[in-house]
Design a protein around this ligand. Structure first.
Ligand SMILES: C[S@@+](CC[C@H](N)C(=O)[O-])C[C@H]1O[C@@H](n2cnc3c(N)ncnc32)[C@H](O)[C@@H]1O
Length: 494
């Protein structure tokens, strides 16, 4: 769709916060929406020449999902851009008609902040605020001083914020129906600026953050306007519960750039007890470094003489053999709940899971001879900081002839037997390191860690792992200590 090109003198452009979204970015933003209702009430606040609504319309036409009608509401303060906006909307009408989608639009040549604050505050003689299923926005950004008309209008509806863009977002979120979606491109400053704390609190209590996209190049999104702002795009859904996980994606910001994405526990992005509610966006650089470090490794697990398997005890198939407490004739049965820092804490009588399994003809095929094994969780909870969590089964601490590993664990072994201790401890450090975790998140978008994923990972050479293992005297190490040790040995062997 052609969007008329507009030339605004620089000072007007800055006063209006007018930086238009390039077509590929607008299309990319529109692609972020999840499923939409049959009739979508769409809001485009600060519409400019309409590129975002046009991209949204294209998405609905191309996606062939349930959208059969679009009711668009557009706000634009700049009278000089209205002709271009109207032309874009007529083009949208034409394209929708050809695609069998009904479209209507209402264009408000008005101040969005003033208008919406007044209707939210109930000042407009009973006219209720409009409601929307979807909003797409590239709001204007400009500082707004304490006594400005905008600040006063926002304050009247309980919004205290010092920039126009956060004022726009705060109002937009109030107009969304539950489940309504917002995709916006904004400066990144609201994520950790101290002045944005009240905004963050308001935003995170009303919207579920589903995805954040970062541009690695500061200039990327608005190249033509040479705006040196770090921009992000986010997709959020009106609701009160933050998701367990959210997607962080990134691209350099150029057209057709590769987009990489990873899933992160929400608790890692906004720390649960952080009064500042900072939104931590994992840095691309650390991911790239992780990738480079891991790409430098080329030893396979098989070459180390090590195998990784999924725990063989499927508890519901062996119900009669399970025991809550250890007893004569039973051997330890280990679940993820027995992980305790670097080692296993067994038995754990207060846990709901059984602690033992009878050792008899029926169960023996599912048990392994005691030895040093490295265990990893197949599923991590959202509170866990790392996706990969490894712990050592030490036969000196849990005495038994045989042991059962339950199906929610993966275990590293040497042809069904225990591993050499120094190798196992080296593997322990490697798998618990931040570089491996970051690399892992990158290639595996989900929270599950399958044995296949661990099998296909590249490992350091055996002597490097053993050197790491020899250096570790206690498994009670901090993340920083593990990372330092792993970095030292990996760089030494390059
Ligand atoms: C960053 S531009 C984005 C334009 C368009 N949405 C796009 O993505 O290309 C923000 C737009 O908001 C308009 N604007 C600024 N203040 C406004 C206000 N108070 N009410 C409505 N529109 C406003 C500007 O004129 C400008 O066109």
């Amino acid at each position: 769709m052609q969007i008329a090109s507009i030339k605004t003198p620089r000072d007007r452009q800055e006063a209006l916060g007018q930086f238009l979204t390039a077509r590929p970015i607008a299309d990319f933003m529109a692609s972020m929406f999840g499923p939409l209702p049959g009739t979508v009430r769409l809001l485009d606040a600060g519409a400019g020449a309409g590129s975002l609504t046009a991209a949204f319309v294209s998405r609905c036409i191309e996606k062939h999902d349930d959208v059969s009608a679009i009711e668009a509401t557009l706000y634009e303060l700049d009278g000089e851009i209205l002709d271009a906006l109207t032309a874009t909307m007529h083009e949208c009408e034409r394209r929708c008609a050809a695609a069998g989608i009904r479209i209507t639009f209402t264009l408000h040549s008005a101040d969005f902040i003033e208008d919406i604050s007044a209707s939210l505050a109930g000042d407009l003689f009973g006219r209720p605020p409009p409601t929307f299923d979807a909003a797409i926005a590239n709001p204007p950004y400009r500082k707004i001083s304490t006594n400005s008309a905008e600040r006063r209008a926002l304050r009247s509806v309980g919004v205290e914020t010092s920039n126009l863009y956060t004022g726009f977002i705060a109002l937009i979120q109030r107009l969304l129906v539950p489940g309504g979606q917002l995709v916006a491109i904004t400066p990144r400053s609201f994520c950790n600026g101290p002045y944005f704390r009240p905004f963050r609190e308001d935003f995170l209590s009303d919207l579920e953050l589903r995805r954040i996209h970062v541009f690695e190049s500061r200039q990327a999104a608005f190249r033509d306007d040479s705006v040196l702002q770090e921009n992000i795009i986010f997709h959020a859904v009106k609701g009160r519960n933050q998701p367990g996980e959210l997607t962080i994606s990134s691209s350099r910001g150029e057209h057709r750039d590769e987009i990489t994405e990873s899933a992160f526990p929400f608790s890692e992005i906004v720390h649960p007890n952080d009064p500042e509610k900072f939104i931590h966006i994992p840095s691309e650089t650390s991911h790239t470094e992780a990738k480079e470090t891991l790409n430098g490794l080329n030893t396979s697990l098989a070459a180390l003489g090590v195998t990784v398997s999924t725990g063989r005890v499927v508890d519901f198939r062996l119900k009669d053999a399970l025991r809550k407490e250890p007893e004569r004739g039973a051997v330890p049965l280990l679940y993820p709940c027995h992980f305790n820092g670097g080692t296993v804490h067994w038995p754990k009588l207060e846990a709901r899971k059984p602690n033992a399994i009878l050792d008899n003809d029926e169960t023996r095929p599912w048990l392994v001879p005691s030895g040093v094994y490295l265990l990893t969780k197949r599923f991590t909870s959202k509170e866990e900081r790392r996706r990969l969590v490894a712990c050592l089964f030490d036969p000196d601490l849990v005495k038994a002839e045989r042991v059962g590993f339950e199906n929610h664990l993966n275990y590293f072994h040497a042809s069904g037997h225990g591993l050499e201790r120094t190798l196992a401890v080296g593997l322990y450090a490697f798998l618990n390191s931040t570089v491996v975790d970051q690399y892992f998140r990158r290639f595996s978008g989900h929270t599950q860690v399958n044995a296949t994923d661990l099998r296909t990972l590249a490992y350091p050479k055996r002597d490097t792992l053993e050197a790491m293992g020899r250096e570790i005297k206690t498994l009670d190490l901090s993340q920083g200590e593990i990372d330092q040790l792993v970095a030292k040995h990996l760089h030494a062997r390059r």
